[in-house]
Design a protein around this ligand. Structure first.
Ligand code: ADP
Ligand code: MG
Length: 341
């Protein structure tokens, strides 16, 4: 076969393979877009585990009519414009891929209105060339992305969807993670028209209310609050003392500059901080927020942005280890030796 350029839809579908694994990944990308747009209220409506419909509505900045077409194109982003920007990312998004990818594997409609516009507009793609069509619409300031029939045109992917309940469980988990990242933003999650989660916006001084709601009373009551700073690094959050740690690993939330992460290095530091004090059948249990200068962490490691790379990995590891050890040690004065190894 001669070399040729892939048609846009196929190119986007290939990219979608990396970013859009299942309905929950769509929810993650779209809610992150809402947060980047400064939304204070985000509504997530799901039908049939997301396979039938995923609709995210926000009250953020909105997208001007002239930019709607671009928003749906690949490599189009308002969040970075140079390599310098890429090296110090403050937004959750920057790849300019999510909307194009999702719209290539679903029936996507993007409806938006900015504060300056009198009228809202709706955009959607058609055909292999992903031609964008625009129509006037009714919508308050903000954006709604309506994703119907995910993977309808990629049967191989569709086959991998699990039951409605399982897929919704993954969506719920994504919403909980984001709710913990941003207690100041109101989040509502519905499934088949039933409200499943309703997190009202909390003032900065009342963040433990969100903690209660998302992680449960038990964790909130047992957990030790921690706040540790060694400029430019800071770590705050909650950690369960060893005997209150959970048997499951379901409360292990680590945020790096506001982004939920699973990171081997940080997990290692946390595990090590517990040392021998952690009963064999328990898992480290924590919700932690690490902040460091954006230029010291590379978020462009993984298309779905689940991983980061620290420029001063050893220093970060030791900082987290020391911060945790300090509070864990203080929490159990009876057997301090357990922490010494
Ligand atoms: P990225 O988030 O990496 O920039 P996306 O494909 O997710 O790429 O979005 C493309 C662009 O569309 C964004 O850069 C942003 O300008 C705009 N956009 C997407 N979602 C929203 C939203 N909910 N509110 C305002 N603008 C949005
Ligand atoms: Mg995005």
């Amino acid at each position: 076969m001669p070399i040729r350029l892939l048609p846009p839809q196929l190119a986007n579908q290939i990219a979608a393979g990396e970013v859009v694994e299942r309905p929950a990944s769509v929810v993650k990308e779209l809610v992150e877009n809402s947060l980047d747009a400064g939304a204070t209220e985000i509504r997530v409506d799901i039908e049939k585990g997301g396979a039938r419909r995923i609709r995210i509505r926000d009250n953020g900045s909105g997208i001007p009519k002239e930019e709607l077409t671009l928003a749906l194109s690949r490599h189009a982003t308002s969040k970075i414009s140079s390599l310098d920007d890429l090296e110090a990312i403050l937004s959750l998004g920057f790849r300019g891929e999510a909307l194009a990818s999702i719209s290539s594997v679903s029936r996507l409609r993007l409806t938006s209105r900015t504060a300056e516009q009198e009228e809202a507009w709706q955009a959607f793609c058609e055909g292999r060339d992903m031609q964008v069509m625009l129509e006037p619409a009714a919508h308050p300031q903000g954006t709604t992305v309506d994703v119907e029939d995910l993977f309808f045109n990629t049967p191989a992917r569709r086959k991998f969807l699990r039951t409605e309940k399982t897929e919704f469980g993954h969506i719920d988990e994504v919403v909980r993670r984001i709710a913990l990242a941003r207690p100041d933003v109101a989040v509502i999650l519905t499934h088949n028209q039933q409200v499943v989660r309703h997190y009202p916006a909390e003032a900065a001084s009342h963040q433990d209310k969100r903690l209660h709601q998302v992680a449960g009373r038990r964790f909130a009551d047992d957990a030790i609050f921690l706040e540790h700073e060694e400029a430019p690094l800071s770590l705050r959050g909650w950690v369960a003392p060893p005997d209150a740690c959970r048997h499951q690993s379901d409360i292990q939330y680590m945020y790096v500059n506001g982004r939920m992460m699973r990171d081997k290095l940080l997990n290692h530091a946390i595990r090590q901080a517990y040392g021998d004090a952690l009963p064999a059948d328990r898992q480290p249990t924590f919700i932690l927020y690490l902040n460091l200068p954006a230029k010291d962490v590379d978020v462009n490691v993984h298309p779905a942005k689940h991983e980061v790379r620290f420029h001063f990995a050893r220093q970060i590891h030791d900082f987290v280890l020391a911060a945790l050890k300090r509070v864990l040690l203080a929490s159990m004065p009876a057997e301090p030796e357990a922490f010494q190894h």
